[in-house]
Design a protein around this ligand. Sequence first.
Ligand SMILES: [Zn+2]
Length: 242
Amino acid sequence: MSFFQSLHLNNNGNGAAHTIKSTRGFRPRDTTSSDASQYQNPHKEIREYAESTLGSDSALAQAVKLPKDEDLNEWLAVHIVDFYNQINMLYGTITEFCSPTTCPRMTATAQYEYLWQDPTMRNSSGGANKQPISMSAPGYVDALMVWIQGFFDDDMIFPTKMGVPFPPQFQTLVKTIVKRLFRVYAHVYCHHFDEVTELGLQVHLNTSLKHFVLFAKEFNLINKQDFGPLDELVTTMLAEKK
Ligand SMILES: [Zn+2]
């Protein structure tokens, strides 16, 4: 049995109905952040969160589909905020195990290292820093979350007012965000799965990943090669009986 096959892929069978938040009135606000206070009781929080928002596998598969009469960009925006929050909370549960000492590079197995690139970041000589750089895992995750939060806070990109259009490049941006958020799952699975299991959160992690992948595939937001070391796990998850 491989490492990934040994993971418990199913949720515990509780058939809690999946709750689809109304996209109207739900805005990407108060979603962050690096404020450690939100992690004061992460286990309780993530359990409650998972129970309230995630249901059975079939509910997940159904829930990602664009509802009739819903605006695609609005649907994407709400889910990106949702996944950002999920990943923030899940990563928040293992931050004590993920330090620049334990994880000096943002890796997923020895075969993959994710380099950080932010064209808006300035280098020491004041020029745009387009060179991808190696960062510690917590440094990368922090940079990623701050980078995404910047878009949530920008009304021109994630409009919060009714009737304000999304920018033309919105879906391209969403793909980049999805690709980068997936890397947090990859790091957690490959380097912190034991700790997640010890915390009893593996079912929530699996359900969250499955939800994320189902959504990303539904709207072609991620490529197979982006699954990297989780390709086998993702394939197994998606092959499960719906
Ligand atoms: Zn780590």
